[in-house]
Design a protein around this ligand. Structure first.
Ligand code: DGL
Length: 256
């Protein structure tokens, strides 16, 4: 049985890529809800509704045995609802990111970059404080980062200005560690590092793989790779090629 990897769009491919490299024999099916991205500026109710539609589609059509929610926005709001609806293991990206940040920080001042929905949920604050109660957590919503990535504006004047302006307050807080709390942001890692010098950057992919390993899923499969999207956009195709190369993409209607 395959593992599903689900994101609102392209960002989850950063997790898919790491999972595909590690779980060579495991069948992996990625679903990007490209037709409705971004989720990060939508209400909790809408994020939950979209997630259950996508998760149900993957379970009913592809019989997935577990779902990796490769999106911080969905992980912040919809994990319990997905678990109730699908009755399979559901793994999110918040706890692995929090764990990694807590392992890295020395001064206990941790920054979190995310979408509005992730920041408003305070999911990272709860997850970090559960592990390190006296941590100081500084959050920054970065609503323009996802469009930059989706439009592949990854360098140059516009990208530099957006990243610099967005990070100027959190750069003053004294954080020594920052969580890239959105699966799109690793694509902007170099630029983020430039405006947060001397800050350790948490890209939680490695810790997510650790969590998948703990599920002890059967590995006697063929290592099938399928990329599904709910719309066929040039941005997705181009970034897909950059991140995972030549894997074919299939457009699906999740309501059929
Ligand atoms: N990939 C999503 C996340 O990790 C952000 C994209 C969106 O806003 O849908 O938060």
């Amino acid at each position: 049985m395959a593992i599903g990897v689900y994101d609102s769009g392209i960002g989850g491919l950063t997790v898919y890529k790491a999972a595909a490299a590690y779980f060579k024999n495991q069948d992996l099916i990625y679903l990007g809800d490209v037709a409705r991205v971004p989720y990060g500026n939508r209400s909790r109710e809408t994020i939950i509704r979209y997630s259950i539609e996508c998760g149900t589609f993957l379970k009913e059509k592809y019989n997935i045995s577990a779902l990796i929610v490769a999106c911080n926005t969905i992980s912040s709001h919809a994990l319990p609802a997905l678990s109730d609806a699908l009755h399979i293991p559901i793994l999110g990206v918040i706890k692995p990111g929090a764990r990694y940040a807590v392992d890295l920080t020395k001064n206990k001042k941790i920054g979190v970059l995310g979408t509005h929905a992730t920041v408003n949920s305070k999911a990272y604050i709860y997850a970090i404080k559960e592990l390190l109660p006296d941590a100081q957590v500084y959050q920054q919503a970065c609503p323009l980062f996802v469009p930059l990535v989706e439009e592949e504006i990854l360098s140059g004047k516009v990208a530099e200005t957006v990243v610099e302006e967005t990070l100027k307050n959190i750069a003053q807080t004294g954080i020594d560690t920052v969580i890239l709390g959105c699966t799109h942001y690793p694509v902007l890692k170099d630029l983020i590092a430039k405006y947060l010098p001397n800050v350790s950057i948490v890209d939680s992919t490695h810790y997510i793989i650790e969590d998948i390993k703990k599920l002890h899923l059967a590995e006697n499969e063929k290592g099938l790779r399928e990329l599904l999207v709910t719309d066929d956009t040039p941005a997705f195709l181009s970034l897909k090629s950059m991140l995972v190369g030549n894997v074919p993409v299939q457009v699906v209607d999740i309501n059929k």
